[in-house]
Design a binder for this molecule. Structure first.
Ligand code: SME
Length: 160
């Protein structure tokens, strides 16, 4: 297994994802444990792309429960009808939030969080997890993040 992820800071955002995704695939090769793989993915995203907060909310016991993450401590449970994560679960689609203050019902786990993207992970057409990424800058996520994080979500769906 690779000891660290390497992403050149001079690359464009798309190039960074293109560099990182194969490294993530290599990182999980040979390991079948869901939590171990999710934990390494969050570390790879945090240290490869320098996200403020990145983590998994797993569908469990009728709500979203905090899983492996990197960043400041976060809310542990989110109802399906709450927050950006709940909206992602209910709508079954990626939600881009350029300004969290402008999203009705946004849950502020950290007051430093300014923008957010939440991507659903599917197994057999059911949402089994949402991947949540927060930034401390406004409008930090765009279609490029959506395309690549959805690609990563496709990979993660196979682990459930
Ligand atoms: N902001 C999210 C809650 C999770 S934290 O950002 C880590 C939401 O509104 O669902």
């Amino acid at each position: 297994m690779a000891e660290s992820v390497i992403v050149d800071s001079n690359l464009t955002k798309a190039e960074k994802y293109e560099t990182l995704l194969p490294q993530i695939e290599a990182l999980v090769t040979g390991e079948i444990d869901l939590i171990a793989n999710l934990a390494n993915v969050m570390a790879a995203l945090k240290f490869g792309l320098h996200f403020f907060w990145v983590g998994a909310y797993l569908v469990k016991e009728g709500e979203l429960v905090l899983g492996p993450f990197q960043g400041p401590v976060a809310c542990t449970r989110i109802a399906f009808n709450q927050g950006v994560c709940g909206a992602c679960y209910t709508r079954r689609e990626t939600i881009l939030v350029p300004d969290v203050e402008a999203f009705p019902g946004h849950i502020a786990c950290s007051s430093a969080s300014k923008s957010e993207i939440v991507v659903p992970v599917f197994k057999n057409n059911e949402v089994v997890m949402v991947l949540d990424v927060d930034s401390d800058q406004l409008t930090d996520f765009d279609e490029t993040d959506k395309v690549y994080l959805e690609r990563l979500a496709d990979l993660m769906g196979n682990w459930f």
